[in-house]
Ligand binder design. Structure first.
Ligand SMILES: [Zn+2]
Length: 264
């Protein structure tokens, strides 16, 4: 009996040890997966949040179909003209010695915009440093309104040739050039105080001239055409909010593409 009771106690003790060991092992298992799950999650989180950034900063991001367009946040920067861009501007002739402004007075804006393809893109435009904040505010407002802009490349991509720029429907700012219809008179663009939006759908009309000529089909301003600026639309309002005037409101001529703080 004595031995039997002792043996029974030993069996109970072994069983208890086994039970404790089992519980401990299970506790370890219960903790281990948590720890294991936490690490990949933590590693994934910054990856997820950082992945839209290169998309929104990259001009080529429109090739990616995955991010919902409405979730691409506006991005905009203002930077001085660096040496490579200075060389590009001199080579294209968008800036020349003797122009009204020094290159140091100009700023490069890199901004998000909505394309005619209803996707977010990144464009670049040069304006006067004293107009850079206003221009950035305008492009932020245009982006919020999903205002369609076909292209926003630097004028240097077109050899600073106004005809080529308009024909390509490029939205642009600074260009050291004369008034299109008045050779010898500096344009507001030469002061970095003018921005042209979608020149093709918004031509410059004076006397019996239309520039670009391809813009003649958009002389009926009641048309509802992608990129066409209308009275009091989101573009006119965005520029008005920073004190800029639309050339569509001019009395003698109509420069439907043109916005400037001077009304010229
Ligand atoms: Zn203009």
């Amino acid at each position: 009996m004595e031995m039997g009771r002792w043996a029974a106690r030993m069996v109970a003790l072994v069983a208890l040890c086994a039970a404790v060991g089992f519980v401990a092992a299970n506790l370890r298992h219960a903790v281990a997966p948590k720890g294991a799950a936490t690490k990949p999650t933590a590693a994934r989180t910054p990856h997820r949040s950082s992945s839209p950034k290169p998309h929104s900063a990259s001009p080529s991001h429109s090739a990616s179909p995955s991010p919902a367009p409405t979730q691409t946040p506006f991005a905009g920067t203002i930077a001085p003209i660096d040496d490579p861009l200075r060389a590009t501007m001199i080579a294209s002739g968008s800036w020349k010695p003797g122009d009204p402004l020094k290159i140091e007075a100009l700023r490069l804006l890199t901004v998000s915009f909505w394309g005619f393809d209803a996707r977010a893109h990144t464009g670049q435009i040069v304006v006067n440093a004293d107009a850079a904040d206003a221009a950035l505010q305008v492009f932020r407002a245009l982006y919020a309104a999903r205002y369609p802009i076909e292209h926003m490349r630097l004028v240097d991509a077109y050899g600073a040739d106004e005809n080529a720029i308009m024909r390509a429907n490029d939205t642009c700012g600074y260009n050291g050039r004369w008034v299109y219809s008045a050779p010898g008179v500096w344009s507001e663009h030469a002061y970095g105080h003018a921005i042209d939006i979608n020149p093709l759908q918004n031509p410059y009309v004076w006397d019996h001239h239309v520039a670009p000529p391809e813009g003649k089909r958009y002389l009926d301003r009641s048309l509802q055409v992608l990129g066409m600026i209308h009275s009091d639309d989101a573009a006119v309002k965005a520029f008005r909010a920073v004190g800029w005037v639309w050339g569509g409101y001019w009395s003698k001529s109509k420069d439907y593409m043109h916005f400037s703080p001077t009304g010229k």
